[in-house]
Design a protein around this ligand. Structure first.
Ligand SMILES: [Fe+2]
Ligand SMILES: [Fe+2]
Length: 162
């Protein structure tokens, strides 16, 4: 059974793992670090899109935390843009990276400990399952989509050359 919250928490787990892996690659060659950062960036954008398109609209009337979460997604997008356009070996990079990790960790933890249980109290198992299936399908679709990949690539390259 695919529960909507399990799908999202699982995706948070992947994002946390990638952030940890990036920290472990501190002395690895820049192209390897850049590759991981690009993958993390694509997964972050897919995660936010999943929540913005499917999860938040489904629970908007069940918890006031959705409005705050929308604002936090904008904040995460801005901070990710800063990280992507800061050279990896530059002096400001570690602080910008830390800020992104801190913001993402705070946001994901807030969803897991406050928003999901609050919304979950009003949703029965059937609804959580249907929503979970929709999230799962859309996640796979976004990962496959060449258009999305091209858009992410273009965004990253544009930011890098600003
Ligand atoms: Fe979120
Ligand atoms: Fe999330």
């Amino acid at each position: 059974m695919t529960d909507a919250h399990e799908v999202l928490i699982d995706h948070h787990r992947l994002l946390r793992t990638m952030m940890r892996q990036f920290d472990e690659l501190i002395s690895a060659p820049a192209p390897d670090r850049r590759r991981l950062l690009n993958t993390l960036s694509a997964e972050m954008q897919i995660h936010e899109q999943l929540e913005d398109e499917l999860y938040y609209p489904a629970v908007r009337d069940l918890t006031p935390l959705v409005w705050l979460a929308h604002a936090e997604h904008r904040q995460l997008e801005d901070q990710l843009a800063v990280v992507l356009r800061t050279p990896l070996d530059s002096e400001p990079f570690p602080d910008e990276w830390r800020t992104l990790v801190h913001t993402l960790e705070g946001h994901a933890t807030e969803e897991e400990t406050d928003m999901f249980p609050e919304a979950g109290a009003y949703l029965d198992a059937g609804k959580l399952h249907t929503l979970g299936q929709a999230l799962h399908t859309r996640q796979a679709q976004l990962r496959r989509s060449r258009l999305v990949q091209a858009r992410h690539w273009l965004k990253r390259e544009t930011l890098r050359h600003l």
